[in-house]
Design a protein around this ligand. Sequence first.
Ligand code: KIV
Ligand code: ZN
Length: 570
Amino acid sequence: MLKQPNTKYRSFPKVQLADRTWPDRVITQAPIWMSTDLRDGNQALFEPMTAERKMRLFKKLVDIGIKEIEVAFPSASQTEFDFVRTLIDGGHVPADVTIEVLTQAREHLIRRTMASLYGARRAIVHVYNATARPFREIVFGMSPDQVIAMAVSSVKLVRELAEAHPKTEWVLEYSPEAFTGTELEFARDICDAVVEAWGATPERKVILNLPATVEMATPNVYADQIEWMHRNLSRRDDIVLSVHPHNDRGSAIAAAELALMAGAERVEGCLFGNGERTGNVDLVTLALNLYTQGVDPGLDFSNINDIARTVEDCIRLPIHPRHPYVGDLVFTAFSGSHQDAIKKGLAHQRPDAFWEVPYLPIDPADLGRSYDAIIRVNSQSGKGGIAYLLESAYGLSLPRRLQVEFSSVVQRHADATGAEIMPDELWRMFSEEYLEPATTIRYLEHHLFEHGAAQGMRLMLETNGRRITLMGEGNGPIDAVVHALGGMVRVQSYEERSMGQGSDARAAAFVEIAIDDIPGIRYGAGIHANIVTASVLAIVGALNRILNRIEPEAREAVVAMLEKSVRQVA
Ligand code: KIV
Ligand code: ZN
């Protein structure tokens, strides 16, 4: 039992803003988005990302259309510093993207941070110091004036170093860390002093970022704080007002939305809400919330599964199956009454009309996803439906996303026959769909060999009645197959399970793949006594399943690419 909270915690004082205007406002345009996945998000991982994973995520953020990306905390480690240099020296930053880096307001850290950026076309230098009373008094033992002096001298140093490197277009961002716990008058005074020290103008604005470093109150209180600052900062025209909500109370999305209504113009956050503790605000949910209100977020989530798998792979954390818009289960309906309403809604929906399908706030197709009705195939299968039957009768346990994908195959069959589906019928459907799909490319055999530290794969396939041999190397068999296939296949997820026990045990491999330039992701499955063979069968199966649903010319183009890989090897 929780005891006596009123003697341990106090409720957050309300902001004195009786004439607040934000409740009557409506968001009509997207904010400037700033991704801090590679900094705040990266800091919050068990193991920070490698440079290779950071680069992959950077490219994904660019593809999504994010134009301001906080790429590192360069003074924190050599790896961080080097990553910024690689981006600049390697020419990886597109002309319309600005990189940003974070530094504490301390002289030697600022010098090191600035050195990481020299040569950049445009850069945002993000300086912060903590301003809330417990930090001033308990952590740093500084007076309010000393805290202001620290911010001002840091900004002057950034300005001096920036002026010595005029080829770069320098932008200053300042954050009073722990803003949500800072007295508003003090937050205003330090921000005003920073704007003054930078010499900001409407043409050379300062980004003032007001973080909910810790989310401490209901979102309306944050909105009041933002509106108060918006109205009381002395040089508002010289400022881009930014917010940086964290999710300690689970209301970061609401806080960001209300903050936009209250005058903020820019939002910092991470894809799918990664970040310190409960995370930064989730930029994907925020953007898609705007989209479903008819506001163009200016970001591309038309293949959200691909983005999700890349993020999971880079940060090594899973996305919750019920995460808005992206979770594996958010476009599945289990209940009969929901399924009925959705079915009628989808049948009624006209392509040019406003979306009004019951229970679905967004058209899954806009995200490259599909709606799946999970059917309970008979009375015994009530607990787990199809997955339960396949597992109990055949010992085959399916990954969750594959359960969802397969469910629509079963649904089509159930709709067509109207009959109860028995386990042997389910197995037949599973085999037809995943183990023996119609083939453009037929697996014949493979040989795996060691090649130094790498694994080599010689893969024999049949296309158009011709036998082809492909060769590839990689850091494991899956990687070697991908290289043998000419690198056009991207493995989005891989799982293996065993079926049965002892000497009769067989391996089941499940692979989710995408092919470059072909929208959509498909599963393949392979079952074999040998796990490598099961994996190769799964990859070839998934490839065929993708090829089966594209136009013949596109299919021929893929086959031609494979045949080209053969010539390169010969
Ligand atoms: O949450 C926070 O306050 C931060 C700052 C450094 C902006 O991440
Ligand atoms: Zn943060």
